[in-house]
Design a protein around this ligand. Structure first.
Ligand code: NDP
Ligand code: HSE
Length: 460
């Protein structure tokens, strides 16, 4: 009993100590899906968060275009304004959280907040992928933090893992399912055997895909996130403009089926690798061995594999989007800032993991220089010598074949069909070599349709 009393007293003492510190005041710009999650989780878990942060984190002011909706969301004790600049101008506010999205007004507001000496938290991957260099340079000049855990893979703490948990490692590669919408679509295509267009409509009806899903399905959203991870992993500037980006719009149910028969699943991967001659940075559909954990990440879930020279391969899995999963990451950033904002800026974890003066100029490789293996599907005339001609071109190009699958013509084109599908898996080769071989194969009169090429990664 006496022991219990001592324990209670020490907890109370600790609580008094942390609560005596001045609270950190946060200004929220935009209270939509993520903003409302941040408000709700902060309210619900304030006791736990206080004990971790050492001080109260208080949303003191909110800006949103729809002030009535915002006020209803936060209650009457929080000041709500329509003008985001009023939040930035408020000297009481320590941290500005940008949850508006896009590159327009969000860029101006983030730069103005930095200029006003505020720390910034943002979930805006598009903004940082395109304007990251400018924003981080401004933050370094002003000695403020710009934290962006929520910008990559939503609730998964991948930025913290890369910047801190894996800091001992020379990162060799990262490969991730970092867009939930496309992973949902690919999972449905595999489950139901439906084509892309059909599943996209279903995803929109269910609210998974946005009314304008272009950034998701064209791979742009994943490329934003891959560019951020690449910068942190390799100590290079954020270079979204140099990324190779290919989405899932041209994928057919047929290729998903053939890949399955060969022991692979097709995933949209964001990949970045440190090679001897530069950095690979690419987003495209990819065959992954079905036995890999990441191949079994289904629906709207995200997963990121990171290979470090010391740790080996690690994998991080969870929800990449949604109100509270994303809020979880935003609040983690708020707690980090609450703990570190009084520290000398030189002692903080650098924005992009490496010290700004130690950034590397290693180039991002052109896609033609990338080395990978391939799945090829050729729709060909079902006649003698076709396979020999195709494999002859690959042999002359120095491209080694891993496996060949030829379907029965009847199975492909119906009874009596005179055309068939030839599926070839290759070993690794340089993309430029494959491009040249593809052009030669495509020119054969017996190749009847555009050749489908999907890259393949073994991820070991
Ligand atoms: P929402 O569209 O739900 O919320 C944005 C909010 O900002 C809306 O309430 C909008 O008001 C308001 N707004 C727009 N312009 C202004 C302005 N000038 N001043 C003040 N408020 C403004 O977006 P999300 O919450 O989904 O996304 C926010 C950010 O988080 C984006 O960068 C997004 O990419 C990122 N993100 C989102 C995830 C998610 O799951 N949703 C996951 C990971 C990152 P109104 O509605 O009236 O236009
Ligand atoms: N549109 C994104 C996705 C939201 O589908 O993953 C999270 O960044």
């Amino acid at each position: 009993m006496a022991e219990l009393q001592i324990k209670i007293q020490s907890v109370l003492k600790a609580k008094t100590k942390v609560t005596s510190l001045k609270s950190i005041k946060v200004g929220l710009l935009g209270i939509g899906t993520v903003g409302s999650g941040v408000f709700n989780v902060l309210q619900r878990n304030q006791g736990e968060i206080l004990r971790r942060a050492g001080r109260r984190i208080e949303i003191a002011m909110v800006a949103d275009l729809d002030t009535a909706r915002a006020q209803a969301a936060v209650g009457k004790n929080v000041t709500v304004v329509a003008d985001a600049r009023a939040v930035i101008a408020n000297p009481e506010i320590d941290i500005v959280v940008e949850l508006i999205g896009g590159y327009g007004i969000a860029r101006q507001l983030v730069l103005e907040a930095i200029e006003a000496g505020k720390h910034v938290v943002t979930a805006n991957k598009a903004l940082l992928a395109v304007h990251g260099t400018e924003i981080f340079a401004a933050a370094n000049r002003k000695g403020v933090m710009v934290a962006f855990e929520a910008a990559v893979a939503g609730g998964i703490p991948i930025i913290k893992s890369l910047r801190e948990g894996l800091t001992a490692n020379r990162i060799e590669w990262i490969a991730g399912i970092i867009n939930g919408t496309t992973n949902f679509i690919l999972s449905e295509m595999r489950d139901k055997g439906s084509d892309f267009d059909v599943v996209l409509k279903e995803a929109q009806r269910l609210g998974y895909a946005e009314a304008d899903p272009t950034f998701d399905i064209e791979g742009v959203d994943a490329a934003h996130k891959a560019a951020l991870m690449s910068a942190i992993a390799f100590g290079v500037p954020v270079q979204f403009d140099k990324a190779y980006v290919e989405g899932i719009t041209k994928l057919g149910a047929k290729d998903i089926k053939y890949a399955e028969q060969l022991g692979y699943r097709i995933k949209l991967l964001g990949i970045t690798k440190q090679m001897a001659n530069g950095i690979e940075l690419r987003v495209h559909p990819c065959l992954v061995p079905a036995k890999r954990l990441i191949a079994n990440v289904e629906g709207a879930m995200n997963a990121v594999m990171v290979h470090g020279d010391a740790v080996g391969t690690t994998m991080y899995y969870g929800k990449g989007a949604g109100s509270e999963p994303t809020a979880s990451a935003v609040i983690a950033d708020l707690v980090d800032i609450a703990r570190l904002h009084a520290a000398d800026s030189a002692q903080r974890v650098p924005h992009l993991a490496f010290q700004p003066q130690s950034m590397s100029t290693t180039p991002v490789l052109d896609m033609g220089q990338v080395v990978t293996s391939y799945y090829l599907r050729l729709n060909v005339a079902d006649e003698a010598g076709v396979l020999a001609k195709v494999t002859g071109i690959l042999a002359e190009s120095g491209i080694s074949i891993d496996a060949v699958l030829q379907r029965e013509a009847d199975e492909v084109g119906g009874e009596g069909s005179t055309q068939t599908d030839l599926i070839i898996l290759t070993h690794d080769c340089v993309e430029a070599k494959m491009n040249a071989a593809l052009a030669q194969m495509q020119a054969l009169p017996t190749v009847l349709a555009p050749i489908i090429r999907i890259r393949k990664e073994e991820l070991v």
